[in-house]
Design a protein around this ligand. Structure first.
Ligand code: ADP
Ligand code: ADP
Ligand code: ZN
Length: 215
């Protein structure tokens, strides 16, 4: 049983580590960003409502996000735990999540807080490429695919996310510092924070996370 959250600024490596963590612990990876992007691709009403905020690098309104996330958490595959990636992102969202879990007699076990210095974040995000088909994440310099522009896993096309421009990134980092960083304190008070140095290599970061989770 592992109910856990990945916290950290945009580009910290949450999505990359999430793939490895869910494989090891056999829990579902729940990324609100992925859910929104899927809805934008399918031109759903939810996608239409989220798109303008995402393009500007702002947060999607709390009520909308909380509903999407808690709805996902009621699914059967979350019975033995889950890994939340990119949710919660505000104190309001965290309080709503706690209320939702408390009603079910559950609580968050661990919060993995990945920190990376700002210059590296900007380089990581502007160099990020994602697979259009399976969502796998690469980096043009740090983690290049075997073949340029092509996904190692599914041969899908690698593209740049609409919000991965330098200008939007700087805004997203500001938004993180103002609205999301207070969650570090929130979960520290609850005694569940694991602090991870995300500046290290992929495998070292993963090893630190596994050590922190202690299972
Ligand atoms: P997040 O989900 O936190 O926004 P990602 O996992 O998508 O971050 O990582 C952002 C970018 O940085 C991606 O291009 C990824 O390949 C790259 N990256 C992730 N972790 C590392 C690392 N430890 N060292 C170097 N580059 C990394
Ligand atoms: P990152 O790689 O920057 O961590 P995500 O994929 O998690 O990005 O999120 C991309 C965008 O989706 C955010 O900039 C925001 O507009 C929206 N979003 C995702 N999760 C949330 C959330 N919990 N609250 C508000 N907005 C969110
Ligand atoms: Zn792929």
């Amino acid at each position: 049983m592992l109910r856990t959250i990945l916290l950290g600024p945009p580009g910290a490596g949450k999505g990359t580590q999430a793939v490895k963590i869910v494989e090891k612990y056999n829990i579902p990876h729940i990324s609100t960003g992925d859910i929104f992007r899927e809805n934008i691709k399918n031109e759903t009403e939810l996608g239409n409502r989220a798109k303008a905020y995402m393009d500007r690098g702002e947060l999607v309104p709390d009520e909308l996000v909380v509903e999407i996330a808690t709805d996902r958490l009621t699914k059967d595959d979350c019975k033995n735990g889950f890994l939340l990636d990119g949710f919660p992102r505000t104190i309001f969202q965290a309080e709503k999540l706690d209320e939702f879990l408390a009603q079910r007699g559950e609580k968050i076990d661990k919060v993995i807080n990945i920190d990376v210095e700002k210059d590296a974040l900007v380089k990581r995000i502007t160099g990020r490429r994602v697979c259009k088909s399976c969502g796998a994440s690469y980096h043009v310099v740090n983690i290049p695919p075997k073949k340029d522009g092509v996904c190692d896993l599914c041969n899908g096309e690698l593209i740049q996310r609409a919000d991965d421009t330098e200008e939007t990134v700087l805004n997203r980092i500001d938004v993180y510092n103002k609205q999301t960083k207070p969650l570090v304190d929130y979960y520290d008070k609850a005694g569940v924070i694991i602090n991870i140095d995300g500046n290290k290599d992929l495998d070292d970061v993963l090893a630190d996370i596994v050590k922190g989770l202690g299972k």
